[in-house]
Write a protein that binds this ligand. Structure first.
Ligand code: AMP
Ligand code: MG
Length: 407
């Protein structure tokens, strides 16, 4: 099979010329899942002054051990004004500002209070239980870098750095068109030879998880007028990506080529050295990139994972765009691979302190059930030699199964 395109080359073509979408400013609560379009700098220092990390007494370490006169208190938001003289202590609470003169906190449990005196039986290292000014971050520091995907933790940091809004890339808008005369929507009554469409749903949900906005355009029959109308509608609606599913057979490919020709563009069609998911189509319709995925459900999912999601992440402004992989170990002997990269559906287990992968015995690319039950895709490089049980492999994780037991 000469002329098969390596996966990496196909991915490079899918990503070629794609750049991060324009910037917009969003309130923090609306920015979850978005990607920062520029560095975010702290506009203040945290903590703004040295504060106590515990409830207790602010003292001078040199006075310990001893009995000290309590001259006042400092609580969070209500600092003590004035300097702490030698031989005195200040009642202090967690997060409260340390007064000038004090250099150590003695925790409440290590003291005895008698009226306006507090006695401390032991000495304490200077600086104990004090959070110095700027421990967390200092004004002017880059707290979050451009390209970071925002999540609840990172947005909490943005808030602490005193930002109300953040600059992010616009979310990619993705339309999904299922093509095929045989397809019906889930829940309909199938006629003879009909198949329930499942690809659009999976693609839409994958897109949403990555922070994209997915729109299902429904099912389109394998006819020029219908397909052309759907593609034109997607262009007019201003989608960034149009994903089509199905159309891998010769007649359907011809149809898609006619559609793209009518739109004044050129259709790229590559047979990729991968299994599942050999054929992939691509066309640029103005600013909208069309990606034509194969119709087989497993091929559709794997091609979405390997090609569509990286494209989406690039448009969203992310730097880490390729599918993340992890190391695992084969639980069983695996035979040598042919010239196509293989993505084996496999189960994962944690066994003897190792993550082990067991490929499903049947790897047919039409089998959505096997994909649904899988915990991972095991990557097999083209021409990989036979791998006996116990040899290492790379996986793309699909579920949380096989994580080490807690504790
Ligand atoms: P195609 O790529 O159009 O040749 O389709 C390959 C196989 O995938 C055929 O068996 C189709 O019935 C099936 N298929 C196509 N589109 C879908 C879809 N949206 N959902 C589930 N199966 C599909
Ligand atoms: Mg078809």
């Amino acid at each position: 099979m000469a002329g098969l395109l390596p996966v990496a080359d196909a991915l490079a073509r899918v990503l070629a010329g794609a750049t991060a979408l324009p910037e917009e400013w969003l309130p923090l609560a609306e920015a979850d899942g978005r990607v920062l379009s520029r560095d975010l700098v702290a506009t203040r220092t945290q903590p703004p002054a040295a504060v106590s990390a515990m409830d207790g007494y602010a003292v001078r370490a040199a006075d310990l051990p001893g009995s000290l006169t309590v001259i006042g208190e400092s609580a969070a938001g209500r600092p003590f004004s004035g300097t702490l003289p030698a031989g005195t202590a200040l009642r202090i609470f967690t997060g409260a500002e340390l007064p000038d003169g004090a250099d150590t906190i003695v925790i409440q449990e290590d003291t005895a209070r008698h009226g306006d005196h507090v006695s401390v039986a032991t000495s304490s290292p200077r600086g104990r239980h004090i959070r110095p000014q700027g421990l967390d971050f200092a004004e002017g520091m880059v707290g979050l870098t451009a390209g970071t995907r925002l999540d609840p933790r990172k947005l909490a940091l943005a808030a602490a750095m005193n930002h109300a809004r953040v600059p992010v890339h616009r979310a990619p808008r993705v339309a999904i068109l299922s093509t095929g005369d045989e397809l019906i929507e889930p829940g309909s009554t199938p006629g003879p030879g009909q198949i329930v469409s499942s690809n659009a749903l999976a693609v839409a949900l994958l897109v949403r998880r990555e922070g994209g906005i997915a729109t299902d355009l429904g099912i389109c029959p394998d006819r020029l007028d219908a397909t052309l109308a759907a593609v034109r509608g997607a262009r007019q609606a201003g989608f960034d990506i149009l994903v089509t599913s199905g159309g891998a057979s010769v007649g359907e490919y011809d149809l898609m080529r006619d559609v793209i020709e009518h739109e004044g563009a050129e259709l790229g069609f590559w047979k990729i050295a991968m299994r599942p998911g050999k054929p992939l189509m691509m066309a640029d319709l103005g600013p909208m990139r069309l990606l034509g995925l194969p119709g087989n459900p497993v091929a559709s999912f794997v091609c979405s994972t390997i090609f569509l999601l990286p494209l989406l992440r690039k448009l969203a402004g992310r730097r880490d765009i390729e599918a993340a992989t992890e190391e695992a170990t084969f639980a069983v002997d695996v035979g040598p691979n042919d010239l196509r990269a293989d993505y084996l559906r496999a189960s994962l287990d944690w066994r003897d302190g190792r993550l082990v992968a067991t490929p499903a015995p049947v790897q047919d690319s039409s089998m959505i059930r096997v994909l649904a039950e899988a915990d991972a895709l095991v990557l097999r490089a083209p021409h990989a030699p036979a791998a006996p049980a116990g040899s290492p492999c790379r996986i793309i994780r699909l579920s949380q199964r096989g994580l080490p037991p807690a504790g």
